[in-house]
Design a protein around this ligand. Structure first.
Ligand code: ATP
Length: 216
């Protein structure tokens, strides 16, 4: 079973990293693949370049064999669309291997605005992670999909290559990349919200308004 977890990771933080390990425990997979997106179609520009975000992810997961980074969306020219990524992975994995995409309810709520969203259940299973304060709107496509394609449990995802939706409610850390960027811009330390090597690199590169000579 191949599991991907996409996001802007601008920058990656302990909330992302913990969730990735919770997913790997829940689905009993050896690896979760983090997929940073190139130009987020639903957002404005990011605070760090694609290469810098990728490097920060590499630093964050260096000592964790259960986490991998897949930079395919950064290598693709232009915007990142989940459907394109899943199609490419499906071609690589073949028709029978279960493929799973992980998404938080905050991002999944706007599922009906994703490009070619209707094709996605034919390419992968979807694991929807409940985020506090981000319920799926009643009557939305996302809510309908959860209702109509609900998986019995994590194990049942292995019985088909795609098509099921599993809701998970793991313990989450209340950390956001927005909060980290804001802290740094305000001259406050984001230490312990993101791994130390990530913060060191952010400072060294002066990202998000960090002062290279500032306090740890
Ligand atoms: P931003 O604050 O810039 O919007 P973010 O911290 O929410 O960023 P993203 O890269 O936008 O991070 O999120 C990627 C994925 O990670 C999304 O599916 C989102 O739901 C999830 N996610 C983000 N923060 C957390 C967290 N603290 N715990 C669990 N999942 C998270």
């Amino acid at each position: 079973m191949h599991v991907i977890y996409g996001g802007t990771f601008d920058p990656i933080h302990h909330g992302h990293l913990r969730l990735a390990l919770e997913i790997s425990d829940a689905l009993k997979v050896a690896q979760v693949h983090l997929v940073p997106c190139h130009i987020p179609p639903h957002r404005g520009s990011t605070g760090a370049s694609p290469e810098q975000r990728l490097e920060l992810i590499r630093l964050a997961i260096k000592d964790e064999p259960g986490l991998r980074v897949d930079d395919r969306e950064l290598r693709r020219a232009g915007a990142s669309y989940t459907a394109d990524t899943l199609l490419q992975l499906r071609q690589e994995l073949g028709p029978d291997e279960p493929l799973v995409m992980v998404v938080g309810t905050d991002a999944f709520a706007a599922f009906h605005r994703w490009r070619e969203w209707a094709d996605i259940p034919d390419l992968a299973h979807i694991v929807v992670v409940k985020r506090p304060g981000a319920d799926l709107p009643v009557g939305s496509e996302a809510a309908r999909l959860v209702r109509e394609r609900r998986a019995d449990g994590a194990e049942s995802l292995r019985s088909a290559p795609c098509g099921m939706v599993l809701e998970l409610d793991p313990p989450l850390l209340d950390i956001s990349a927005t909060g980290i960027r804001q802290r740094i811009a305000d001259g406050r330390s984001p230490r312990y919200l993101t791994p130390d090597p990530v913060w060191q690199s952010i400072r060294a590169l002066g990202l998000y308004g960090a002062c290279p000579a500032g306090n740890f």
